[in-house]
Design a protein around this ligand. Structure first.
Ligand code: 2NE
Length: 270
C-alpha cells in the first residue's frame, strides 16, 4: 500500500491512501510523547481532514512497534503545562481531543504499542480502537504529577464502568491489549503485522456506508454525553440538512425579495 504525503510536518507524518488519512505521531525516540509542537501539528492535520472532501476516515497512530503515544513529553513539562518554543505553558492536547470528537468522520486509533497517559486518552476519544497484540494501555498521571479529569476520566468511565475507571486511575497499572478489549475500550486485537491492514479494511467498510448517516450517528452518540455542546453539534447538522430543503430556501428568498414567505406548500410530516 502506498501512502502519499499530504503535507510536511516536523513531529507528525500526514499521509493519505484511497480516501483514508493517516496521522502518525513521529517521535519514536520518546515513545511518541507529544510536545506543544506535536499537538499544534495534530490540530492542523485534523483541521485539514475536516476540510478535505475526499477524505472519509482518519487513522491515528505512532511510528514504530513500541509506542502509540506515551502522553505529554516529560522533558518539556513545566509550571502550568508543557512549555512551547516561546516559553508558553500549554495543554493543547485537550483541543486535539475535542477535534477528534467533533470531526464529522470516523477516526480509528491504530494502537501499535504503548498507549499511556495522555496517549491513552487520545485512543479513547477516537471512535474505534484497533490494537496490535503488543499494545499496552494505562494511565500514569497520579504517578508522575498529572491527571486528565475530562474525557480521560468521565468518558473512560462511560466505556469501562466506574469501578474499572477508578482502578485504572488510582493504581496506574498497565493492561494488555486483550485486557483492554475485555474492558470494552478496544474493538479488536490483531497481530502487529496485521494492524494496518485490519484498520484499512475497517475504514473501507465504513466508506461503503452513507457518510451522512455515520456523521449523524457520531453526533448523536456524542450528544448523549456532551450536554449542551453535544446538542449544539447535533443541532448544527440538523440545520445543515434543513438548508438543503426548499422550505429553508423559501424563507431566505422571501426576505431578499421583500415579500411574505409562503411556507404553506411544504409538507408537515406525521
Ligand atoms: C511508555 C513507557 C511505559 C515505556 O517504558 P519502557 O521502559 O519500555 O521505555 P523507556 O525506557 O521508559 O522509554 C524509552 C525512552 O522514551 C522516553 C524515556 O524517557 C526513554 O528515554 P531515555 O531514557 O532512553 O533517554 N520517554 C517515554 N515516555 C516519555 C514521555 N512521556 N516523555 C518524555 N520521554 C519519554 C514509559 O516510558 C513511560 O511510562 N513513559 C512515561 C509516560 C507518562 O507518564 N506520560 C505522561 C503522562 S501525563 C499526560 O500525558 C497528560 C495528562 O495526564 C494530562 C494532560 C496532558 C498530558
Amino acid at each position: 500500500r502506498e501512502w502519499k504525503k499530504i503535507s510536511d510536518f516536523e513531529e507528525i507524518l500526514f499521509e493519505e491512501y484511497n480516501g483514508i488519512a493517516k496521522i502518525t505521531i513521529n517521535r519514536p525516540r520518546y515513545c511518541n510523547a507529544f510536545t506543544p509542537k506535536t499537538t499544534w501539528e495534530l490540530s492542523q492535520a485534523f483541521s485539514l481532514c475536516r476540510e478535505m472532501q475526499h477524505i472519509s476516515v482518519v487513522l491515528l497512530t505512532g511510528t514504530g512497534d513500541k509506542a502509540f503515544c506515551s502522553g505529554g513529553d516529560m522533558n518539556v513539562k513545566g509550571r502550568g503545562g508543557y512549555i512551547d518554543g516561546d516559553g508558553v505553558p500549554r495543554l493543547s492536547v485537550l483541543d486535539v481531543q475535542m477535534q477528534i470528537r467533533r470531526l464529522p468522520k470516523p477516526v480509528i486509533a491504530m494502537v501499535n504499542g504503548y498507549a499511556i497517559g495522555g496517549g491513552h486518552v487520545l485512543h479513547l476519544v477516537c471512535d474505534l480502537t484497533i490494537a496490535s497484540d503488543n499494545a499496552v494501555f494505562g494511565q500514569t498521571g497520579p504517578k508522575v504529577g498529572s491527571f486528565d479529569a475530562g474525557f480521560g476520566a468521565s468518558y473512560l468511565a462511560r466505556i469501562v464502568g466506574q469501578k474499572k475507571a477508578r482502578e485504572i486511575w488510582f493504581l496506574c497499572r498497565q493492561y494488555t491489549a486483550e485486557e483492554a478489549e475485555r474492558m470494552g475500550m478496544v474493538n479488536k486485537v490483531v497481530p502487529f503485522d496485521r494492524l494496518e491492514d485490519e484498520c484499512v479494511e475497517w475504514a473501507e467498510t465504513m466508506m461503503e456506508r452513507s457518510p451522512l448517516a455515520l456523521r449523524m450517528i457520531k453526533a448523536g452518540l456524542n450528544a448523549e454525553l456532551d450536554g449542551q455542546a453535544g446538542i449544539q453539534e447535533l443541532a448544527g447538522d440538523a440545520t445543515m440538512l434543513y438548508y438543503f430543503l426548499d422550505e429553508a430556501q423559501e424563507g431566505g428568498r422571501a426576505f431578499l425579495e421583500k415579500r411574505k414567505p409562503d411556507f404553506k406548500k411544504y409538507p408537515k410530516m406525521p
